[in-house]
Design a protein around this ligand. Structure first.
Ligand code: DAH
Length: 340
């Protein structure tokens, strides 16, 4: 028969790497037929004065064997649940998709930053507007086609309330609240009841500019817009102003920039003209100044409005405006690095 010391030695040497070894350990040291149990049953053959200490020693060893068994069992169970269960701690983590800034926001910020450098302050206003701020104060004649139901989204059949069709509403809101000098840019979303095609959408973004002070001239406007075009599209960019018409400006013009794709030689984007139109502009009509409570004998100013989608399509050389509204992450993600 084995001695207590021999059994202790065996327990200490025992390696438990799997469930089979665990069961062997249980059979050998903890079951009814274990060596320890056999030792206990021999207690009657031990001299009476040694029985007590012998019994104690066997019991201590039994407890040690039991707690060693419990520990090993738990360890094996834990390792099983790591490799088989839902959590595999050894598995590399799935990469988390980080969001990307929308190209429209990137370009909008870029445009704002350029104008802020030369003293313009950004202001915003409501998307839902009244007739006064969208049309009347801006000198739109009663029968102007832009007021038509075909172009404007009206709210609840109320012809006085509509989604703004342009950010020029902010010219009115600014002048109603502030006397010159005024130097603001107004970024915002605008809405038009138009069929959605690769070139037009019913929602898009504009940035309005307004500069009112004493002695502001057409030349000031031209220099401001030239500065912008060069910063936005590169120092070699040229600009061209063509006469145009807007109800709220007199004189009015449209501005083209030399095509930044072909450098002015002619390509599909510029329809082989070498020029791309990017904004409308002009000297603020005195009627508009007066409508907003500004003395048109004392002050003059210029305004401009540019389309951000157009600018973005030029910058990133994309040819379908709908891409900007579908929010396909594969499209949006491509602009992420240019935001950093
Ligand atoms: N509001 C015009 C539009 O939506 C754009 C515009 C043209 C704004 C000329 C201006 C401007 O401030 O002077 O088509």
């Amino acid at each position: 028969m084995k001695t207590i010391e021999e059994i202790r030695g065996e327990i200490e040497q025992f390696k438990i790497d799997n469930n089979e070894a665990l069961e062997n350990f249980r059979l050998q040291f903890l079951s009814k037929k274990s060596d320890l149990q056999t030792l206990l049953s021999e207690i009657k053959n031990i001299p009476a004065e040694e029985r007590k200490s012998f019994g104690q020693k066997v019991n201590v060893l039994k407890q040690q064997a039991q707690s060693f068994f419990d520990e090993q069992k738990k360890r094996l169970e834990d390792s099983v649940s790591y490799s088989r269960g839902t959590i595999d701690v050894t598995c590399p983590a799935t990469a988390m998709e980080i969001g990307a800034r929308h190209p429209i926001s990137i370009v909008m910020d870029e445009v704002c930053t350029i104008f802020e450098k030369i003293g313009f302050t950004a202001v915003t206003g409501p998307d839902i507007e009244d007739d006064w701020h969208i049309f009347t104060a801006l000198n739109f004649p009663e029968e102007h086609p832009a007021r038509d139901m075909q172009d404007t989204f009206f709210i609840d059949q109320n012809p006085d309330i509509a989604l703004r069709t342009h950010t020029s509403t902010l010219q009115v809101r600014t002048m109603e609240r502030h006397q010159p000098p005024i130097r603001v840019i107004c970024p915002g979303r605008v809405f038009r009841n138009e069929a959605i095609t690769s070139r037009a959408h019913c929602i898009f973004h504009q940035l309005e500019g307004l500069y009112i002070d004493q002695n502001v001239s057409f030349a000031d406007m031209k220099q401001t817009l030239m500065f912008f075009a060069k910063k936005m599209f590169g120092e070699n960019t040229r600009i061209r102003l063509r006469p145009s018409y807007f109800p709220f400006t007199e004189t009015s013009a449209e501005m083209d920039v030399s095509c930044n794709i072909c450098g002015g030689k002619g390509c599909a984007l510029c329809k082989h003209t070498g020029w791309v139109e990017i904004l409308g502009c002009g000297m603020v009509d005195p009627n508009v100044l007066e409508n907003c409570g500004i003395d048109s004998n004392k002050y003059t100013g210029f305004a401009f409005g540019l389309g951000i989608e157009r600018m973005t399509m030029l910058k990133y050389k994309t040819n379908d405006i709908r891409l900007y509204f579908e929010n396909d992450v594969r499209f949006i993600q491509q602009f992420a690095s240019s935001a950093l």
